[in-house]
Ligand binder design. Structure first.
Ligand code: COA
Length: 316
């Protein structure tokens, strides 16, 4: 038994904040941001919340999968920016969707959140405990960004993505995941997003995080390929966490694989943390680029530090 993605969805806020607007309040320029990161614009939540975006993305995924909300056994919401401490975002998503039978919990592994939620869902399916699992990655990073820090505020954006994973007969691929708490100081946010009184913000050693990503992402891809007896040539699409164009390009180069197999949409959304992989997956799915039977690698990395990768066969 394995889990196959049968539906995807995404929801991003209406408000677009482009680089030129950011240059009005911090000392930066559109050119600098594009050259160093690839980001051109990002979405900023106004009325949208972590839950409302996750629920909308989830609704789309459930609809595409052709199941009813009562068929969902579990909802996992990956988020580092829940609207409140509890009830968890996943329970709120359950309420919105009417997924009355689902067991629900959140997962915070920062930008690796969606990947780890995917791997957790696969484990629940492989063990026979669940048949239909909705995983969502949803973030309102704009609430924890320091809008005076040009080194970080240019990078992040808000949004949500979702995937409905369904049990089917088929090959089970082994996951690869790693964490290193000793490196955690490179990317932190000490307060809680729900605490209005906290002035805590994202703080980052950009160069250190860059080097970590460029080293660990190709390593994770190689590890997961080795575990599953596959080669880079066997993979049709490498769906990487969307943090920086230069990180994706460096990963492609180190893996000696053409950049065309590494789709990107970070130019439109910036780094949406746990939402970036499912938003990209949804775009690839809805545009018809993914073909049934193609092999994908999902690779995540971020605060923790944490990183990992999974292989999957596209099933829609
Ligand atoms: N606009 C203009 N100049 C900026 C700037 C901005 N937005 N941000 C930083 N700079 C300046 C720095 O102050 C520095 O100036 P100095 O040389 O006078 O000190 C110079 O640009 C170079 O800074 P540096 O940090 O070396 O730039 P960089 O090429 O490493 O790019 C990042 C900075 C943040 C874009 C890059 O390090 C990065 O993307 N890191 C990974 C971040 C990430 O992905 N985090 C999330 C992981 S999940």
């Amino acid at each position: 038994m394995t889990g196959v993605i049968c539906g995807t969805g995404a929801c991003v806020p209406e408000r677009i904040l482009d680089n030129n607007e950011i240059a009005e309040f911090v000392d930066t320029s559109d050119q600098w941001i594009r050259e160093r990161t690839g980001v051109e614009q990002r979405r900023i939540a106004r009325k949208e919340t972590t839950v409302s975006m996750a629920a909308e993305a989830g609704r789309q995924a459930v609809k595409e999968a052709g199941i009813s909300p009562e068929d969902i056994d579990m909802i996992i919401t990956a988020t580092a920016t829940p609207d409140q401490i509890f009830p968890c975002a996943a329970c709120e998503v359950q309420k919105e969707l009417g997924a009355v039978r689902a067991v629900c919990f959140d997962m915070n592994a920062a930008c690796s959140g969606f990947l780890f939620a995917y791997q957790t869902a696969q484990a629940y399916i492989a063990s026979g405990i669940c048949r239909n699992i909705l995983i969502t990655g949803s973030e309102r990073l704009s609430r924890i960004v320091d809008w005076k820090d040009r080194g970080t505020c240019i990078l992040f954006g808000d949004g949500a993505g979702a995937a409905l994973i369904r049990a089917k007969e088929g090959k089970q691929y082994l996951p690869f995941a790693c964490s290193d708490g000793t490196g955690g100081a490179a990317l932190t946010c000490p307060g809680h997003a729900g605490d209005q009184k906290t002035t805590s913000h994202i703080s980052m050693d950009g160069r250190e995080v860059f080097q970590f990503a460029v080293r660990r992402v190709p390593e994770a891809v190689r590890e997961v390929l080795k575990k599953n007896n596959l080669k880079t040539e066997d993979i049709d699409w490498f769906v990487l966490h969307q943090a920086n164009r230069r990180i994706v390009e460096a990963a492609a180069k180190r893996l000696k694989t053409e950049i065309e197999k590494f789709p990107m949409n970070l130019q439109k959304y910036g780094n949406t943390s746990s939402a970036s992989i499912p938003i990209l997956l949804n775009e690839l799915n809805r545009s018809g680029k993914l073909k049934k039977g193609q092999k994908l690698i999902l690779a995540g990395f971020g605060a923790g530090l944490s990183w990992g990768a999974s292989v999957l066969e596209w099933g829609i």
